[in-house]
Design a protein around this ligand. Structure first.
Ligand SMILES: [Zn+2]
Length: 144
């Protein structure tokens, strides 16, 4: 009996650990792609922390970057390829902010920032053979 419980606990531990590992690999791949496909250098930067938002999608939010932080939010419930592209997109926003901190005299307007991030996520989706993300009114909302 005790052996079975221990084995069960061990299996649980293994599956939680492999999930965490899969998450890390997914985030690392997205980070690498944001670094390679955007015009920003990731040198000296560490990967942003990814927070998974379980209610974001209900509010129509796919992902967002909290300006001034190292945290990128990703809504759960998106299709796998889309989820990945959205994460890359938000990581580009993090890179834009990091670049602004290095060069405060170069201010990126919101429309340019969004276009840049979409260009990178569209490249990712194209590679994956998936359709581009709907702009979701983002560009319209900012008057672009
Ligand atoms: Zn964006």
């Amino acid at each position: 009996m005790r052996k079975a419980i221990l084995a069960g606990l061990f299996a649980l531990f293994i599956s939680v650990a492999s999930l965490a590992f899969a998450g890390t690999r997914f985030e690392a791949a997205a980070w690498q792609e944001a670094c390679e496909k955007s015009r920003y250098s990731c040198e000296g930067l560490s990967r942003p922390v990814v927070e998974y938002d379980e209610t974001g999608l209900e509010g129509g939010l796919w992902g967002y970057y909290m300006l001034g932080t190292r945290v990128v939010f990703l809504s759960t419930g998106l299709k796998p390829g889309q989820e990945y592209a959205v994460l890359v997109h938000e990581m580009v926003h993090y890179l834009q902010y990091s670049d602004y901190k290095r060069h405060p005299n170069v201010v990126l307007d919101r429309c340019t920032a969004e276009r840049e991030a979409f260009e990178v996520s569209d490249q990712v989706l194209k590679r994956l053979g998936l359709p581009e993300l709907a702009r979701n009114g983002d560009l319209d909302n900012y008057g672009c």
